[in-house]
Design a protein around this ligand. Sequence first.
Ligand code: ZN
Ligand code: ZN
Length: 277
Amino acid sequence: MANFVFSMRSLISISVIAHNIKKFLENIWSRDPSCKGFPLDKSNARSHPRRIKYHTRPHTRPIWKMPGICYSCGERRETKRCAACHHAHYCSKTCQKRHWKKHKPNCIPPESSLHELFDACAKDLFPSAPAAYDYGFDNVKLYHGDSVLPGRSDGLTPKHVLLGLYQLITKDIGNDELPNVGEFLSDTPVYNSIGASKKMMLEAFEKNSLDDFLHRYIRSVIEELGDQLPRDCYVFLWTRHRLVIGPTRLLLSETVGLTQGQVVQMRNDIYQRYYET
Ligand SMILES: [Zn+2]
Ligand SMILES: [Zn+2]
């Protein structure tokens, strides 16, 4: 009970902090309508269904969520879970040992909000707070608004493009880590030439450099497979609409110390690094 009360308290204080930071940023950014590339006009905003289609390729059932499948041999006889992350499951010690090399770059602490992002991607849903805050969904809406992208009849907004991009990445990571069971992963081409992993994503998140990570991934995909991809693949939509998310990890103590000018400068620096050099 004590634990429950404690965790409820920390959850409440996290959401209060996140809310305060969001208000702070909204205040600053809504007072700076001059920055080009960041349409802040929300008059056009409308709501969209939370569930979206996996839009560039057929949706495959995510093995992350398939109960009982061994991460190593793919047999449906899970009995053990990885003690470090509580996520990877195995049928035997032998399978777990054999799989460690593949699992190691993806073994992250069980409490990480990155697990929520992966779950959301697998379910084709936007993550809820705090993962939405941590991985830039709130930011992309703040920076670029919530309107349907120009010329789209399918209702895609910047947030949908971010989800789609994360879906490509999480499927790639799955392709590298997990066995190809039945039809579940076989239709997904491997894009992952930058060696993306859960650890790499977590590190980028902790260093506040998720934008760098996303753009590195996008560049490598376009270089390798650009000709073969449909024009409305998320990697193209991201750059065509000049989207950015970071920084996503401003702490309240940092925001208190920052002036409006400094925050606007941070946003402009990121934008320029990707789109104006
Ligand atoms: Zn096994
Ligand atoms: Zn693990």
